[in-house]
Ligand binder design. Structure first.
Ligand code: DAH
Length: 343
């Protein structure tokens, strides 16, 4: 009897089933009214003396193991059939929500893309710069107000320090780095974040983005600059747009101009976006001052160049009519989601 019980125990151990029916058949064979265990219990009644204890324990163990195995198999089969049932291939899928690009990145990419069609390549530079790359090489006299603590964030400014480390106030520093590295022809666009020590409001921020452009070669003229800017404006705002260059001043360009585009909102008739003028300012430009070329070891007698710089947020504001600059830096998803269609 002992060996029979042991054989049955190994049978229980080894048993597996891939259907509920097989489990049921096994249950009937083991635990059913005429099953192995019932027979064993019948026989057990005749056992006497010392054997009773030992065999009793064994039979109980067998019963528990058999029941345990049946429960276990039922559970696994039920779970697997549950997954099969829930696999309904006609059910609508759960949509993954896609991230959206930040409007500043959308417009920056658009600007870079337009200039890449004119042969401009992208150049980048550090946000933490030195005074020479941001001001000195760009022909800013030492007492120029833009160097004032008011406008510039200095990382470290020691008394009498000639070339302090600061956060760049414009991406024009990248043109300096490019000219130091390479002789003309140079044709680059330089995107990047810039910093100015301004109180944050709807109309001003302590950081924003610019795209700078630089073209240096032999015989580059103001007419080339104007044509490049016109092409750019038409690509960005539509073929009907017009541009206007107003005389201005920048230390690093001579002559210098401020660039306006005709207001795409009212078509130039005058509205509250263009403050009734029909024109919107988008950036500065000019012919690279010979002093700047010389600072970067480029022969200003042989080469000339033009440069321009746009504020990216300014263009985003004009394109999407979002008037509060602070919204661009809060990263509120409710704001960002509105640009899901722009790629
Ligand atoms: N760097 C100027 C600024 O931040 C913008 C600018 C004006 C860039 C004229 C230029 C330029 O390259 O030619 O206000």
């Amino acid at each position: 009897m002992k060996t029979r019980i042991e054989n049955l125990l190994s049978e229980v151990e080894a048993f597996t089933a891939d259907s509920a029916q097989k489990v049921e058949e096994f249950r009937i064979k083991m635990l059913g009214k005429k099953g192995d265990l019932t027979l064993l219990f019948e026989e057990f009644k005749q056992v006497s003396g010392e054997m009773k204890r030992e065999l009793g324990q064994k039979i109980n163990e067998l019963k528990n193991r058999a029941q345990g195995k049946i429960n276990e198999l039922r559970e696994t089969l039920e779970n697997s059939s549950a997954t099969t049932l829930s696999l309904d291939s006609s059910r609508p899928g759960t949509a993954d929500s896609m991230g959206t690009r930040h409007p500043v990145a959308v417009v920056r990419n658009e600007i870079l893309d337009i200039f890449s069609r004119l042969g401009f390549t992208v150049a980048e530079g550090p946000e933490v710069e030195d005074d020479w790359h941001v001001f000195g090489a760009l022909n800013f006299p030492p007492e120029h107000p833009a160097r004032d603590m008011q406008d510039t964030f200095f990382v470290e400014k020691k008394e009498g320090e000639e070339n302090p480390i600061l956060l760049r106030t414009h991406t024009s520093s990248i043109q300096v780095r490019a000219m130091q590295k390479q002789q003309p022809p140079i044709r680059i666009v330089c995107p990047g974040r810039v910093y100015r020590n301004e109180a944050v409001s709807a109309r001003a921020h302590c950081m924003f983005h610019q795209v700078e452009g630089l073209y240096v070669d032999q015989n580059v003229s103001f007419a080339d600059l104007k044509q490049t800017l016109l092409y750019f404006a038409k690509e960005l705002f539509g073929q009907n747009v017009e541009i206007r260059l107003r005389p201005s001043f920048f230390p690093f360009t001579e002559p210098s101009a401020e660039m306006d585009v005709s207001c795409s909102i009212c078509g130039g008739k005058g509205c509250n976006i263009c403050k009734g003028t029909g024109w919107l300012e988008v950036g500065g430009c000019g012919m690279v001052d010979p002093n700047v070329l010389e600072s970067c070891n480029i022969d200003s007698k042989k080469y000339s160049g033009f440069a321009f710089g746009f504020g990216v947020e300014r263009i985003v504001m004009l394109k999407y009519q979002v008037r509060d600059l602070r919204l661009y830096f809060e990263n509120d998803v409710r704001f960002l989601k509105q640009f899901a269609a722009a790629i």
